[in-house]
Ligand binder design. Structure first.
Ligand code: ADP
Length: 486
């Protein structure tokens, strides 16, 4: 199949979250399965400091506010040459410090930025006589490409027969913009209706992806069901209910080339399920790095965006009680300034027990996954979640809320099932501090039972969440998209 993928971030070029991990790995795996995949991204300034080398290839003209605008197209490859990259260069929009914003605030011209990106991809990726079979767009930033395919480019021979798959990585981020900016999209006003792009008097880009795509998916089966309900749908549950026959769940894989304790270059010592002595070394090194007493004590790790979604408020709430026990906690996170202040305040109060690093620090994220005994992930909602998958692979037992991908990937420990248990972690349902705290108490009790704990670690480390499995499911979806009636 000939697949054109569009997204706003991909490892190793640009990353703010799990979307980048997925978009960095999926195309490479699809290429390995024999498909022809191209990946289109904006050309951010930060790309210069990565290992990916881009070269100026051409320029394209795009319609822009009643006029034409010239943008650059740079090319490179991903995955050792397996996947051609197409980067849209327009420095006034993309040569900035942030990807979506700075200092916790979104850029005010984000609509313009992603209109330009999607429109330029539609112009730059035409291959005469060879329309892509599939246009695969991720999240609101790429959603307009699907809308363009089905409207402005409907009769363009360069796109004849192309079907669209739209992937929702997080329905909490929809790209809402004032109606006064609608003209920037270049779409006719006939598309600005409640059935299409209009949403309570605003433009909703994610909704565009949902209504125009031939097929939809999200990143776990449970989240695919959850977003059809008012509790999780962020106002789009009705739209999704009407398209439920076209909505699927594909659990993300993880990149075992990057997240593998046996080869991870960020770790002081490497280890595997067969020999865990290196993990003990990693724990001591992490305690030392984070200036905690180096001793034998359960070590709890947290790596997260500091956002309400991630249940950070629950963690902040239970920390004083949790730290009353003989435990240590290492937290790495960036995001909401109010959580940053709360965490920093707590670590000043408990310097021997809680170490906090307020940053986005990928190498440290690896060392926490390796050095911690337990990993905390009490998300209010979690489309898939990657950190619990990394934790499983690193023998770090996850404690998660039973929602979305967390429910699909962590088998919860049940105190009454000992031998023959399939458990790989701990989970709880109600997003309330007391419930999280009692789950932590249970986990810490089980931690003292060395055999039981070793079983949890070993089972976790043996789980297969490779991309190969997920990529095959995406191929099935592409085939289905080519077969559906339009
Ligand atoms: P989300 O995409 O909602 O943030 P995921 O669990 O799907 O959550 O993916 C988060 C990704 O971002 C993981 O690869 C995780 O290691 C990484 N990450 C999150 N916060 C940080 C941080 N402060 N420093 C380094 N990596 C981080």
């Amino acid at each position: 199949m000939n697949i054109l993928m569009l997204a706003s971030e991909a490892v190793p070029l640009a990353k703010t979250g799990g979307l980048a991990d997925v978009v960095g790995a999926l195309p490479v795996e699809l290429a390995r399965l024999g498909h022809d995949v191209r990946l289109a991204l904006p050309r951010y300034a930060g790309i210069e400091s990565t290992s990916v080398k881009l070269t100026q290839a051409s320029k394209v003209q795009i319609p822009w506010r009643g006029d034409r605008l010239e943008v650059g197209v740079e090319t490179g490859t991903l995955g050792g040459g397996a996947v051609p990259l197409i980067c849209i260069r327009y420095d006034p929009f993309f040569a900035r410090q942030g990807i979506y914003g700075e200092g916790g605030r979104d850029y005010p011209d984000n609509l313009d930025r992603f209109v330009l990106f999607c429109r330029a991809v539609m112009e730059a990726c035409k291959q005469p006589g060879r329309p892509p079979d599939i246009l695969h767009a991720h999240d609101w930033q790429a959603a307009l490409a699907v809308a363009y395919l089905k409207t402005l480019y409907r009769n363009d021979p360069a796109w004849a027969g192309t079907r669209a798959l739209f992937t929702i990585h997080n329905i909490g981020y929809q790209g809402h913009f004032p109606v006064s900016t609608y003209d920037t999209t270049g779409l006719p006003w006939s598309e600005y209706t409640p059935e299409r792009l209009e949403y309570y008097g605003q433009v909703n880009l994610l909704k565009g992806g949902l209504v125009y795509a031939d097929l939809l998916n999200t990143v776990s089966p449970t989240y695919a069901r959850e977003i059809q309900t008012a509790e999780f749908g962020y106002g789009l549950e009705g739209v999704l209910q009407t398209r439920k026959d076209r909505l699927f769940g594909v659990t993300n894989g993880i990149d075992y080339n990057v997240w593998n304790p046996a080869t991870d270059p960020h770790l002081p010592v490497r280890y595997s399920a067969g020999d865990l002595s290196g993990k003990r070394e990693c724990k001591r090194a992490l305690q030392a790095e984070m200036k905690l007493p180096v001793r034998d004590v359960p070590l709890v790790g947290l790596v997260s965006r500091l956002a309400f979604q991630k249940g950070i408020d629950l963690i902040v709430d239970i920390l004083p009680k949790l730290l009353g026990l003989d435990v240590q906690v290492v937290a790495l996170g960036s995001g909401d300034p109010s959580y940053q202040t709360l965490l920093a305040g707590l670590s000043a109060r408990y310097p021997d027990k809680l170490a906090v690093r307020l940053a986005f620090d990928e190498p440290l994220a690896h060392r926490i996954e390796a050095g911690a005994d337990l990993f905390l992930m009490p998300s209010r909602y979690e489309p898939c979640g990657l950190n619990q998958l990394y934790s499983l692979r690193y023998g770090t037992v996850p404690v998660v809320r039973k929602t979305g991908g967390l429910a699909d990937t962590v088998v919860p420990y049940a105190p009454d099932v000992r031998s023959g248990s399939a458990a790989t972690g701990f989970s709880f349902e109600k997003p309330e501090p007391e419930v999280l705290l009692s789950t932590m108490f249970l986990a810490l009790r089980v931690y003292r039972d060395k055999d039981e704990w070793a079983g949890l670690m070993q089972r976790g480390m043996q789980q297969d969440f490779s991309w190969q499995r997920s990529a095959k499911q995406y191929v099935d979806l592409y085939e289905r998209a080519l077969a559906v009636e339009v």
